[in-house]
Design a protein around this ligand. Structure first.
Ligand code: ATP
Length: 265
């Protein structure tokens, strides 16, 4: 991935060696449209950060920049060398078996063994030789997570990876991501529209608005996080930052509609 973006200057993800990610006064324009307007961002090694924001606020642009998939020019963008991205769709190659999808691009020895270990870690040790078309949505996303983690990334970028999954599978994926994160300790940036997902998972939640960080919540609640009063207070504050009136909690039978039309159960 570094080859795609030679102007990104990698930093070490070793704890104590400074942030895993650092952007200073970052700007991204598409023609006359200034999507990111002088953004400062720092993510510590091993920190789990979630990014919320209305549609078009620049979340994916920021994630793509950190992934090295979007031009940063000569700007001050520091990331670890090893980065991996999981998108909303698993993006598996249908003509390669599951383990070969995970092994794709790996160099060195023991490629099959490493892919197998990663697939076992995500609970797919029994699907190594399956074809991607035979996987469920959740299994496909597990495969995408295995493909990301087998590279031992210092930065794991998650672009709404659970948005297309049913609610139960999504909750299982939350548990899986937390256990993988504990095991491998990458810095994580999770882009999501789901406020509850952000509060359940992250150490810190950022709200992006018109390419700027409009609000930030540090979350020190112990994991696993029950939707208790403290959880709800954070949730309500974040919804407020997103321009949504204090809304009923999960399970109260209501929907939260964002001004942009997205709906979170
Ligand atoms: N390649 C591109 N060329 C031109 N404009 C772009 C390009 N990529 C993104 N944009 C514009 O940048 C703005 C931010 O887009 P981005 O996808 O980063 O938003 P987002 O917050 O991820 O939105 P969503 O939640 O809908 O995915 C939008 O106005 C979009 O049209």
């Amino acid at each position: 991935m570094a080859a795609l973006q030679p102007r990104l200057r990698p930093t070490s993800a070793t704890p104590g060696a400074g942030p895993a990610v650092r952007l200073h006064n970052f700007v991204r324009r598409f023609g006359d449209n200034t999507v990111i307007a002088g953004l400062d961002l720092s993510i510590a090694p091993g920190e789990f950060v979630a990014l919320l924001g209305a549609s078009g606020s620049g979340k994916t642009t920021l994630l793509r920049t950190l992934a090295g998939l979007d031009a940063a020019g000569d700007q001050d963008v520091h990331t670890p060398d090893a980065r991996a991205v999981v998108f909303q769709d698993a993006r598996l190659l249908p003509w390669k078996k599951v383990w070969r999808n995970v092994a794709l691009g790996l160099s060195g020895g023991n490629v099959r063994t490493r892919a197998e270990a990663a697939l076992k870690e995500v609970g797919l040790g029994h699907r190594l030789d399956a074809w991607p078309t035979t996987l469920s949505g959740g299994e496909a996303q597990r495969t995408a997570l295995a493909r990301a983690l087998v590279r031992e990334p210092g930065l794991l970028l998650l672009d709404e990876p659970f948005a297309a999954l049913d609610a139960l599978t999504r909750l299982k994926m939350h548990d899986l991501v937390l256990s993988l994160w504990r095991e491998h300790s990458p810095a994580v940036l999770l882009v999501t529209h789901d406020v509850d997902e952000a509060v359940a998972l992250a150490d810190r939640v950022l709200v992006l608005d018109k390419g700027r960080i409009a609000a930030e919540e540090k979350i020190t609640l112990e994991r696993p996080r029950a939707p208790d009063a403290r959880f709800q207070a954070i949730r309500r504050r974040l919804l407020g930052h997103l321009g949504v009136e204090a809304a009923p909690a999960h399970g109260e039978g209501h929907l939260v509609a964002f001004p942009t039309g997205e709906v979170v159960l």
